[in-house]
Design a protein around this ligand. Structure first.
Ligand SMILES: *Cc1c(COP(=O)(O)O)cnc(C)c1O
Length: 421
């Protein structure tokens, strides 16, 4: 369910015509819908509540770290899950209180740990013994004990794309499930560490519940063991990962997911933390692009558009599917034609879709890529010295540019010539 719909043959974001934004902001641009963000958050929060879970929802900012997006969710009560000092700064700038921020990630530097400890965030999810020792040192130097969960790797197959599966023992994430007990014992002995919980995140874009159930049951067993060892566990951070429909897949509903969580972890007396990213923002965003040329190749027709793999990387990186729709619907009687939708970057990987059926399009026509609100703008780069795409947030009949397109002067300003040249 989202708020990108046609009115009189033209695609709107809520009550704003996308053609108007295209005219005023230029293409390509990302467009997010406030009503859709709210809807996704509310459905998810209500599902957890209905399942009887005392849960804190920490939006995984890496899916879309725009501060206006984070604030929209924070105003509804969301905290933040961050994976770098940059994201931590964005969450704070968006107004997320430090006591609702979780810091995850395998490679936090000393400086990042110092910054997080100084800000007094809710917890740090620790992923290795060296990190545990470094954090203890950093926290002790400030005279505090930092609340932590240890991220455990439950060795379950999330059944998702290899590049976004994180809970198998060969993945770099977390502490192997079988070694968790000894690492907890170490954590418990360190002066700067206050052990509060267990963390687990098995991957992204999951479309089945079984991997979640398997992981939650392992966590449940671990909590029993740790408590038997005299370690107090009061929080369980079960990560994100619930999938969204890009094409015809039907991921589990938030209600079904919450039910699995409640039935496996609900009676442990723990505060539950969840870190959804894609689920909250995926279908709340689109990427709008203009057709530059229609090129008739030897065997197929190419729509060459002004967005490219640097703006929306998922098709090139994961062979991901994104719906592509015309901003102006086909005129009556117009059939569909098969086209390859490609960007201008000098790589064959810069292909958004092959043999996709679209109404006949001409140079200058607008099209929109669906489900682009998660891992879209967040993963964009300036490859081919293309300026980062602006981001626009719509609310009812209003829109605002919430990240501007940099000028070429801005882009070149960070470069310099050494004096020997
Ligand atoms: C990426 C990530 C998330 C969010 O994943 P989604 O699939 O977007 O919900 C949550 N927690 C951690 C630790 C992550 O790395």
């Amino acid at each position: 369910m989202n708020h990108f719909e046609y009115t009189d043959g033209e695609l709107y974001a809520e009550e704003v015509a996308l053609s108007r934004i295209a005219r005023e902001v230029g293409t390509p641009f990302y467009c997010y819908s406030t009503a859709t963000l709210k809807r996704h958050y509310t459905v998810f929060a209500d599902a957890l509540k209905a399942a009887g879970l005392d849960a804190t929802i920490c939006f995984a900012c890496k899916a879309n770290p725009n501060i206006a997006v984070i604030r929209t969710l924070a105003n509804l009560g969301a905290g933040a899950d961050v994976v770098s000092e940059g994201e931590l700064r964005q969450a704070l700038a968006a107004g997320v209180p430090a006591y609702r921020i979780v810091f995850s990630g395998v490679g936090k530097t000393r400086h990042e740990l110092e910054f997080a400890v100084a800000k007094g965030i809710f917890q740090i999810n620790v992923e290795s013994e060296p990190e545990l020792r470094l954090l203890s040192e950093v926290a002790s130097a400030r005279g505090v004990r930092m609340p932590i969960s240890i991220r455990v790797n439950p060795d379950v197959d999330a059944g998702t794309h290899a590049k976004i599966t994180t809970g198998k023992k060969e993945n770099k994430f977390g502490i192997e499930w079988t070694r968790a007990r000894e690492v907890y014992a170490l954590a418990n002995s360190l002066p700067g560490i206050e052990v509060v919980g267990v963390a687990c995140h098995i991957g992204s874009q999951l479309t089945e519940l079984d991997p979640f159930r398997d992981a939650f049951l392992r966590v449940r067993d671990l909590v029993a063991m740790l408590r038997a060892d005299g370690i107090a566990i009061s929080r369980l951070d079960m990560g994100g990962g619930l999938g969204v429909p890009y094409d015809s897949e039907i991921p589990p509903s938030p209600a079904a997911y919450a039910e699995v969580m409640a039935s496996t972890l609900g009676d442990l007396g723990c505060r539950i933390v969840v870190e959804p990213g894609r689920l909250l923002v995926g279908n709340a965003g689109i990427l709008v692009s203009r057709v530059v040329y229609v090129k008739e190749g030897a065997t197929r027709t190419f729509l060459i558009v002004d967005a490219a793999m640097n703006d929306l990387m998922r098709p090139a990186l994961y062979d991901a599917y994104h719906a592509i729709v015309p901003v102006h619907q086909a005129r009556p009687g117009e059939g569909l034609v098969e086209v390859d939708v490609v960007g201008p970057v000098c790589e064959s990987g810069d292909t958004f879709a092959k043999q996709r059926k679209l109404p006949p399009m001409r140079s200058g026509d607008l099209l929109a890529f669906g489900t682009a609100g998660a891992y879209g703008a967040a993963m964009s780069s300036t490859y081919n010295t293309r300026p980062l795409v602006p981001e626009v947030l719509v609310k009812d009949d209003a829109y605002a540019v919430v990240r501007a397109r940099p000028s070429y002067e801005d882009m070149l300003a960070l470069e310099s010539l050494p004096d020997w040249l």
